[in-house]
Write a protein that binds this ligand. Sequence first.
Ligand SMILES: [Ca+2]
Length: 166
Amino acid sequence: MNSRKLVVGLVLCLFFVSSAGGAGLAFKQIPLRSDVLAVGNDAGVVNYYTSAFELPNLATNTPAILMLMTQNVDDAYSFITINIPPNDIRIINNAHYNDARTSRYFAGKLLETGDAWATQIVPIQAGLLRTTGNTLGIHTRTDSGGAGGNTDDIKVTRIYLLYYTT
Ligand SMILES: [Ca+2]
């Protein structure tokens, strides 16, 4: 677990960008309902959604970077979404990975970790985030990508967004 290096890296990034005289960067910890969050059918939550969070001074239509730590990602079909409209949540919740990945709200997949904790970096395309009312989704799927039955059980903690500010 190397969160200290992560924080030092983030601070260095902030210093570098601010000293370059361009737009700034900020980072934000994304709230989870527990410090270490279990997602998967054993946990009773195959599709987890965070509570709404703000990104103060976000420069809209710029890319961002999502960083998180994960454990027990064994299959290749767990993924992250951002800001699915309420009317589409049910569709994504039941979607096979191959369908979800073509959604415009698909942010990226999680890489397999095995039993160890691993830091993951997910590039977020421009236009997905907004200054208020953001929701991040964490979705697990079966070893063939389906949404029902024995989906992968994973653990997630320490989720941060690094984003451009105005
Ligand atoms: Ca697992």
